[in-house]
Design a protein around this ligand. Sequence first.
Ligand code: C2O
Ligand code: CU
Ligand code: CU
Length: 479
Amino acid sequence: KVYNDYFFDEPAFNTHDGGYVPLEVADAPVSPLAIPPLLKPDKQTDTDIWYTVTAQAGETQILPGAKTKTWGYNTSLLGQTIVYPVGKHIHVTLQNHLSELTTFHWHGLIVSGPYVDGGCHAPVYPGESKQIDFTLDQPAATTWLHAHPCPSTAEQVWHGLATMVLVTDQHINDLPLPHNYGVDDIPLVLQDRRFHENNQWDYHADYDPDGVQGPTALINGTVNPVFDVTTQKLRLRILDGANRREWRLHFSDDLSFTQIASDSSLLPEPVQLTHLMLTCAERAEIVVDFAGYHDGQTVTLFSDDVPIVTFKIHAFAADNTTIPDHLLDIQRPTVDPSTPVRKITMSGMDESVMMDNKKFSMQRIDATQPVGEAQYWDITNTNDMDSGMVHPFHVHGTAFLVISRNGHDPYPNEHGYKDTIGVNPGETVRLLVRFDLPGVYMYHCHIIEHEDGGMMAQIQTYEKGKPMPKYKLMDMDTL
Ligand code: C2O
Ligand code: CU
Ligand code: CU
């Protein structure tokens, strides 16, 4: 079966927003798609691996003429791609070469909060460096690193502090999937910006409390990108790295593709699609088979009706591998029937956004949950269908399963582990959430201006029978 649907509710698409900024094809030359280099470890042994990640400011040649002032990790814009093998002890030095405080948030890594996971309670001050270390025990996935200082997460991500983090394990390495980074396995970080005078970005000029948008698609930091396809199959690791924009993706010729993974793992079974919608911070890995094309042809990736990437087909060797029908075993933890269902609401728009009818407060713990206990979380978006928006709900430090949408099955590509879920207006999405590590974790809307605007809360997880540890939580006023 091939699905031809975006699944989400059309009346809530961002195209209906009063402040919607449509994408436009930039009046700029075609450029080769930037492929971020893999970050080289400082050192590695059989059991341990060391990296240094530096947040820095710089200038990037994005358009002809003046360079654009941008920020990035270990590079001037976005970042180098980081690879974390599951099971190894990982040591990271976090360096801040910016002139303001930042944090290094591992979106999608199952590491302890509130310090190692790099939420707002883990500042690294200008000129400072900090060490963290952790060992990952989670399925292979496409995750990402972004800045998370409250309340300027949105602005720092907008400047460019976002990069992919690939979690790898033996299981995925053994599957017959494209694995050759930069050749047949490539990241696609989808963002949008407005270029002002002298090719500069201006966050404040473009500010919108419902999320900053720009008319120019920026893919891995490239405007009008073209990628040279030299293999029959291409794996795209797609991240909606935009502050606000939803991407509704489809190829020319309505070429179908296979989604193999979502945010936090492979899907249990691959899903065939012609259309794919991503809300902010969601990821999808897809495999595109160019068997029907030959040297010299092109295939275009669109968002709505605007071309965003051109794939130029070159001669390739025939590839007879097939994607297995079964990719990952998912064990659904059982929920004790006496455990109450946690009810969470996302309400409002613009400056009035709230989580559970409250604005975020850094020093308030909004909820608690024992480590290892599976709970149902019912996430309700109280916006009206006619005038509301899809709010992408994200939780730190865990990967959840999507149980239902308004009592119906989740969308066909939502059967793997996820950490971000788009909730339609008027909808309640039931999640199954379990934390493995004690700590404090934030949960919020991932329209980043909504997060900064207070549509965020935090939960403390604890080991049953042990005293609740006290964590030092930042205070907005001490920033
Ligand atoms: Cu991707 Cu709290 O963030
Ligand atoms: Cu996160
Ligand atoms: Cu929101």
